[in-house]
Design a protein around this ligand. Structure first.
Ligand code: GRG
Length: 301
């Protein structure tokens, strides 16, 4: 395993993200009819900006296990819709009350609070309508139902939304390490776990392999959230496309406030390498996926 060739990684990354955006576009609504404003708000939040990390992780895990068909595509779009729903709602005045996201005004700033609530709800629902298209594509494929179940459960009460509820409830209180890990594993980790698991499941990975992917993804999720905390302290709004010091504004306990900046930086590298170690135990490999995970350690956006 040689050194990461950044030039080729960056160009591959660009190409893949462009391809993912066009896949997602296929499942977005036309802006017409009496609910045109809602449809515009949905497309506004989905189309511009965003790293498309979750669909990329899903696609690359699918490829890693030898997946070739288009059945993964509606799931990729659905996952990005669920993620975007969470961002729209997280930015609302009742939650983080942020004005910028992905380099633009947040959905509620542009369309008003009521419309932003509806756009978030609509995207969550549209995600399941979109993923359900995979049943029509491959009606006899039992993996589609399993993937659908993972999509729903990693989003729900015991997934992202469950994690966010603890985050919201404890916002003004000091958190124990256990509570902090719980929140990070669910609010951020669950969708990353779901993305990689769905890729593996649809490609025909065994239950044991899917379990390993879940564990690898859990480490990616922890590293990703800790880096998010770090960037909130030392990042730049122009690069991030969202305000910095949002955690300080909201008096949030984060990995950085608990462990300090230096330890947080060390731990991003540790969890990312742990993810790679677990992936390397599997009988198949995907060099681009390894590079992607390692590159997240130094991400600035
Ligand atoms: C409000 C239902 C509801 C859930 C909210 C995940 C979440 C729970 C809120 C989003 C805000 C947040 C800080 C989430 C943690 C995960 C995270 C770091 C999201 C940002 O993901 P990126 O960096 O965003 O992949 P882009 O814009 O690149 O897609």
């Amino acid at each position: 395993m040689g050194m990461v060739d950044l030039t080729s990684f960056d160009s591959q990354m660009k190409k893949r993200v462009t391809e993912i955006k066009s896949i997602i576009q296929n499942y977005l609504p036309e802006e017409e009819g009496f609910q045109k404003t809602l449809l515009e708000a949905v497309n506004y939040s989905m189309l511009v900006g965003g790293k498309k990390l979750r669909p990329l992780l899903m696609q690359q895990t699918f490829v890693m296990f030898g997946g070739k068909s288009a059945v993964v595509q509606p799931f990729m779009a659905a996952m990005e819709m669920i993620h975007t729903h969470s961002l729209i709602h997280d930015d609302l005045p009742a939650m983080d009350n942020d004005e910028y996201r992905r380099g633009r005004k947040t959905t509620h700033v542009v369309y008003g609070e009521a419309m932003a609530i509806l756009a978030g709800d609509a995207l969550l629902n549209h995600a399941y309508e979109t993923a359900a298209r995979a049943f029509e594509m491959e009606p006899d494929n039992p993996r589609v139902g399993k993937a659908f179940q993972v999509l729903a459960s990693k989003t729900g009460l015991y997934g992202m939304i469950g994690g966010q509820s603890v985050d919201v409830e404890y916002v003004d209180q000091p958190l124990t390490e256990e509570q902090l890990y719980f929140i990070y594993r669910l609010k951020t980790g669950a969708l990353i776990e779901g993305s990689m698991m769905i890729g593996a499941i649809l490609a025909g990975a065994s239950e044991e392999e899917v379990g390993k992917i879940e564990l690898a993804a859990r480490n990616v999720g922890l590293a990703f959230q800790i880096q998010d905390d770090i960037l909130d302290v030392i990042g730049e709004q122009e690069t991030l496309g969202k305000p910095v010091k949002s955690d300080e504004k909201n008096k949030k306990t984060t990995y950085v406030t608990v462990k300090g900046l230096e330890k947080a930086q060390e731990d991003v590298a540790y969890y990312s390498q742990e993810a790679i170690r677990i992936l390397d135990e599997l009988p198949c490999e995907n060099e681009f996926l390894r590079e992607l995970i390692l590159n997240l350690i130094h991400r600035s956006a």
